[in-house]
Write a protein that binds this ligand. Structure first.
Ligand SMILES: Cc1cc2nc3c(=O)[nH]c(=O)nc-3n(C[C@H](O)[C@H](O)[C@H](O)COP(=O)(O)O)c2cc1C
Length: 642
């Protein structure tokens, strides 16, 4: 008989006229692929629909801008001022609701952070923006103090937008009052120094938010729940703190039905609004639980949540009533369903690598490193089943090979995966010993479990040779035999990053190679008390980290010394001998040298397997040193193509 393993998460929650079927909610996450006018696309609708299919009780559509002329906070946001937005909104609400989830949508206005163009570095400096006060932004663009007539227009636009989304069929809405957007800009004493009734005292600073909530309530009537997102603290110099947030919560509580407690501000605390992998899981829960002590309204918590046991504990202990997740539901949209069905070993946990956010900056698309379905949710509805069942042999049990095997097996093929070593996981196995990378390592376990469920036969300690292929006679061979670490020199005090297994190899350590792997290894060694020097040939380190991840990594790297422009020559008993561009030698004193200078594709092994089966596909590190994301993506598509 079925008994929920996470009973607190499975409880319903009544919010005015609606009942959420469980306590897990999907956070607002904007989808960048909208039309140029900010209208919804089939791709955007499918993106949110996937989350609804995954079992979260409440799906919140990301930023929908109430006053597009002044409030557009991203290059592309949903344009609630557009006369033709209603049809798309209606399709979107239907797509969410038909899976049993409640459909919500975030009403937003970017205030002084509005009027941006899509690509970073290409902000429109000429566009006039409105915030609480006159200001010149760091990029030189001008912000004007919002005149009172405009405040009235903005308040009215929230009311109008609320009526519109209700008409479109949404069950509730969320007002974005946090993260440094317009309403927080007014509430923050750091950014609002107005002298009229919208500035000064706490009540005055909260006035805009209160008027907005009143305008919305007047529009939507008594049964329609309103959720309000706030930041519990702003985390920049002069920004408000938790005490101020508690006072805000008390002021708004009678006007809302769910208080959503996030943290940080777009002003200068991106990693509070989007906790990096270096922060603890559930790092904002204490904010929600503190605020909850002061109000009667239910409270939602958010930030770096992905672990079912922790989610359960939060709700069970009463720290929050709802657990909301953003990135975790990109990595695995089905997390809530798996929690409800006691299938938590199948959950792929978000590793907070920031691929999702970086990709928006870099390509205006949305993807996830662990989940290749993200960004092709709509397209995937047209995947055709294979015309015949095939025998598929996968050589290599790294993440790319496993993903290929799962995808091919789920398409109905007979799949055998062989791994030369005794363990599945390949290049990410070393992440097991780095606490901030453990979610990446855990992906290997989850993929192994998914292979089992998909019916993939796995043989460990089995190398795929041409003879093996000929004997097994696959219709399709997928070669994912990985790479091997580059070893420029050896010595008694020289170690590979991948073989450290969490041990400090000495007190003073030189890490040779300042790419992502070298930097992460260095940070980890420094966290354990090592005195670490990173030595890099290029002029800068972590150049292969994505633009959202890199600043967080560089901050952590302050625990180490970084030396650029040096080539590591050889190991000496006293440390690492390097040379600069002019060939001058220098000794970096160290007890141990850790090598992290990259991977060389296992090309010979891969090449030997070409033309051994009617269809051969090479992927991942054996073709070119690649990231986890590239390996998974390539594996998925290789599996889909069979
Ligand atoms: C890809 C992505 C898009 C986001 N878009 C929005 C958005 O449109 N509106 C918003 O208020 N927050 C947005 N956020 C922030 C999330 O709602 C959430 O607060 C943040 O990601 C922290 O939660 P998490 O650790 O569960 O991801 C976005 C986050 C991500 C990762």
């Amino acid at each position: 008989m079925y008994t929920p393993a996470f009973p607190a998460l499975c409880q319903p929650l009544r919010l005015r006229g609606i009942t959420l079927s469980n306590r897990m909610a999907a956070a607002p996450m904007g989808y960048p692929e909208l039309t140029a006018e900010g209208l919804l696309t089939q791709d955007a609708i499918a993106f949110y629909e996937l989350r609804a299919k995954g079992g979260a009780a409440l799906i919140t559509v990301g930023e929908a801008v109430v006053h597009y002329a002044t409030g557009r906070s991203h290059g592309r946001s949903i344009n609630l001022s557009h006369p033709d937005v209603l049809a798309g909104l209606t399709q979107l609400a239907r797509a969410i609701r038909r899976h049993g989830a409640a459909a919500s949508i975030e009403l937003a206005h970017g205030g002084k952070f509005s009027a941006v163009d899509s690509l970073p570095g290409e902000r429109r400096r000429d566009a006039v923006k409105y915030g609480p006060v006159d200001e010149v932004m760091p990029d030189g663009s001008r912000v004007l103090a919002m005149p009172k007539e405009m405040i009235r227009e903005i308040v009215a636009s929230y009311g109008k937008a609320a009526a519109l989304v209700k008409r479109a069929g949404f069950d509730m809405l969320l007002v974005h009052g946090g993260h440094g957007w317009l309403l927080e800009q007014f509430y923050s004493p750091a950014t609002n120094t107005r002298r009229d009734e919208y500035g000064g005292s706490r009540e005055n600073r909260a006035r805009l938010m209160l008027e907005v909530l009143d305008a919305i309530r007047a529009s939507v009537g008594p049964d329609f729940p309103i959720e309000l997102r706030i930041s519990a603290e702003e985390s920049f110099p002069g920004g408000y703190d938790l005490r101020e947030a508690i006072e805000l919560a008390k002021l708004v509580e009678d006007k809302i039905d769910l208080l959503h407690v996030s943290a940080g501000s777009n002003e200068d605390s991106f990693y509070e609004t989007h906790p990096s992998m270096y922060m603890e899981r559930g790092c904002n829960v204490h904010f929600a639980s503190e605020i909850k002590k002061h109000i009667r309204t239910p409270v939602a918590t958010i930030g770096a949540l992905n672990e079912p046991e922790m989610l359960e504990e939060i709700v069970e202990s009463g720290k929050a009533d709802v657990v909301t997740m953003g990135r975790a539901l990109l990595a695995d949209p089905e997390l809530p369903r798996k929690v409800i069905q006691n299938r938590t070993d199948e959950i792929l946990r978000c590793m907070r690598c920031f691929t999702c956010l970086a990709e928006r900056m870099q390509t205006q698309t949305r993807i996830c490193a662990l989940n290749p379905l993200i960004g092709r949710e709509f397209e995937s509805m047209f995947d055709r089943p294979p015309t015949a069942k095939k025998k598929v042999l996968v050589a290599g049990g790294g993440v790319g090979g496993m993903e290929a095997a799962i995808t091919a097996a789920l398409r109905g093929h007979e799949v055998l995966l062989c791994e030369k070593s005794g363990e599945l996981g390949g290049a990410i196995l070393g992440d097991k010993y780095i606490p901030f990378k453990r979610d990446a390592w855990a992906a290997a376990r989850t993929l192994a479990r998914r292979m089992e469920l998909a019916g993939v036969e796995v043989r460990l300690n089995t190398e795929v040779t041409p003879q093996f292929v000929r004997a097994w006679e696959p219709d399709c061979l997928i070669v994912a035999v990985g790479g091997s670490p580059i070893v420029p020199f050896t010595g008694p005090n020289v170690y590979l990053a991948s073989e450290l297994k969490g041990q400090l190899p000495g007190k003073r350590i030189a890490v040779l190679g300042g790419g992502l792997v070298g930097c992460e290894t260095a940070v980890h060694l420094a966290m354990q008390g090592g005195e670490v020097t990173v030595v890099e040939l290029a002029e800068d380190v972590a150049r292969d980290a994505n633009p959202r991840q890199r600043p967080a990594l560089l901050k952590e790297l302050e625990r180490t010394k970084v030396r650029c422009g040096l080539r590591g020559l050889r190991a000496a008993p006293e440390g690492l001998v390097c040379a600069d561009a002019e060939g001058r030698e220098e000794l970096i004193e160290a007890d141990a040298i850790v090598l992290a200078v990259g991977q060389r594709p296992n090309r010979a092994a891969a090449d030997a397997l070409r033309n051994t089966a009617p269809e051969v596909r090479l992927l991942g590190d054996c073709v070119k040193a690649s990231t986890l994301r590239e390996a998974i993506f390539q594996g998925y598509h290789a599996g889909l193509d069979v």
